[in-house]
Design a protein around this ligand. Sequence first.
Ligand code: C2E
Ligand code: MG
Ligand code: MG
Length: 780
Amino acid sequence: MLASFVALEDQRSREDVKRVGQTLEQTVTQIHEKSVDWSNWDDTYQFLKDKKSGYIQSNMMESSFIDLKMDMILFLDAPQNLYFGLAVPRLKDLPLLDPESVRQKLVHEGWLGKLAKDGPGKSGIVMFRNIPVAISLRPIRDTNVSKPSRGWIVFARYIDSGLLVDLRRLTHQEVDILNVSTPEAKKAIQSMQDRNVNLQALNADSLVGYSLVSDIKGKPAFMLRTTIPREVSKHGAAVVGAITLQLLYIGALFSIVIIFVIERFALSRLSQLTKQVGQIEDFTSGDRVALSGRDELSFLATMINLMLDKLDSGARKQRESEELLRIHNQKLEQMVSETTHQMFHDKLTGLPNRALFMDRVSLALEKAERTKAGTAALFVDLDNFKLVNDSLGHDIGDELLIAVAERFREAVRPGDTVARIGGDEFTVLLEDLDTVDGAIVVAQRMLKSLGRPIVVGNAEVFACASIGIAFTNTTGVCRRSLLKNADLAMYRAKESGKSTYVVYDETMHESVVDQLELETDLRNAMQNDQLHVHYQPLVHLSTSELFGCEVLARWLHPVRGQVCPTQFIPIAEETGLIMPIGYWVLEQACMQAKSWITKFEVPDFVMCVNLSGKQLQRDDVVERVKDILDRTGLPGSRLKLEITESVLMQDKDDVIAKLSRLKALGMRLALDDFGIGYSSLSTLQDYPIDTLKIDRSFINRLGEEDGAYAIVEAILGLARTMKMDTTGEGIETAFQEDTLRHLGCKKGQGYLYGKPVTAQEFERRFCKPNQSMTVDRPAA
Ligand code: C2E
Ligand code: MG
Ligand code: MG
């Protein structure tokens, strides 16, 4: 805008400058028009003819020319000579014009030569002494312009300050004259393009315009300098400033209005919305935003509510899925922990199982490597547990195991581990022991814990166990060997009469090797006649009269010497060698009995033979026994078969059937080693058993333990009720004999009456021809 103002100013200023020039031209023209009154006038025409002084006196008055603002008037005759001239001293500071000089200049510059004598004349600028002078030149004619010209009239006027004042007045511009030879004028001329006009900015307030004025011949005469106030551009600047200011005002106002509108319709509502959103702490609470109106913000509020609803339902779904996940996890964890528990625990008793036990042994041994403390493993095997299981049923067996587990757990310290690693096999891990004595104490406590009867179902049973103890306080012991050693020791405990503990020592390892050797050797023992039999007397306790004997197998090993039946009978049972051995012993016994009956007067003589459970399991047992009786000729009534309680745990009907058939052959049946097993007393009467042989472990303890006495008493009471015969085993002392007799036991067997001896020896000691057999009792 400002540029357009400047352009406008430029254009107007140029026009002003031009107008100044034009006004000057008009002024010159006006002078020329004034001169016509003088040139075309009969008086002047006449004056040129007569040159009468009256014309001069009446017309050539200086005051008139001053009024006319003329500085000189010339009359030239036709040949252009000065006819009359008057210079008027009108301007004090300018030199008086000389008429002849002016005439010469005009003539010289050719003004007059080309001028028509009947034309309008000519006007223009002429420089005199560098001062511009306006000249009007006309041919002198009569008033009617009908006659030929008589000469020339010249009016001259200095372009003086007065003229400039007029010019200023007429143009309303600051005008002054500039000599063309000044540097300023020269510079202006150089940059003049537009019709001799040049415009330059003088300063912020003014422009200066130059217009070149030429003389009558077209040569530069002088310069008109016009100073033009820059009103337009200033005004323009003011306008632009004002507009800018207004625009600013409008802008500010508009902003205020906009802010107000935004505040009123947007920001306050937006902050209201923000506040509401901020107040919603939990999108599940159901709190929502509320914004009235129908604009974008209320739409936004609706969208926010929709979003909150979605978040809410999303959160609900997430909560549900998290809950599901949690439940699944819980189940999984439970399953894992149950599975882990199952993996490492015995289902029945809840005790650690073999895997966990072995793990704990490893850890204990590792720890012991560092602490140098002693560690013991106990291997516990219940004696004759299988009998309970088979006779009383698995449920009772399970109950018994649970009860035993509980008692074992109570018998150890809290940090010790009791595990069940097999059917009736338990293990115990004891840590931080000083010596093996600590383990022995625990083993004793465990055995003692079984001293009280265990109530299972309707029955009361006694459990007893054999415990092997392996102790180490040296480094580099592996868990397997520790447990194997405990196992070996346990077997040793079993061998040594059960219901006891044995501490492992190095020699036991050798015995295992022995065991294997024995097995091989036993296979050859029969063929090599290494087996033979001994007989041990059986007596009436009341009279000490011998009424029979028990045959006991003996093995004379070529290297080892005598091997106990407790050692080789189990091997024979395991390997099946018990069949040939058992029936060979039976045959030997039957032959011997037949021989003795024939030889001696022993009407009631009874030969007692041990019959292994393995033999009884076979279907041919009755046939084979009958066959031996037949072959030896021994009447069945002379034979008494001793079976162990384990037999009662086999298939009851089958056992009863077989035993009944055996009995049908006339023989009698005894239950050997009675009391240490788990015979269900209630079912005992279902079996066709004649005699209970009270186990020697009870007899042994008679006089030592009240419990033993009570048990023996109970057994004897039971036998009486069931009308069974009783035999006390392993009687070694008169006290034992007396006690048994006192308690009502009828028969006995034991070293007190005689150890098992060969047939010859037996015959020598006890048999007298035609005499009843008696035993020589050592003097009490
Ligand atoms: P058992 O049938 O109970 O035999 C009695 C055992 O007690 C015999 O041991 C006998 O020597 C021992 N004995 C008897 N009186 C006393 C005593 O006063 N004090 C001590 N300390 N011991 C006494 P043995 O001969 O070592 O036989 C052990 C077991 O081996 C037998 O126990 C029996 O179960 C089994 N056995 C022996 N021979 C045979 C056999 O031919 N067949 C079968 N199946 N088993 C046999
Ligand atoms: Mg026996
Ligand atoms: Mg016995």
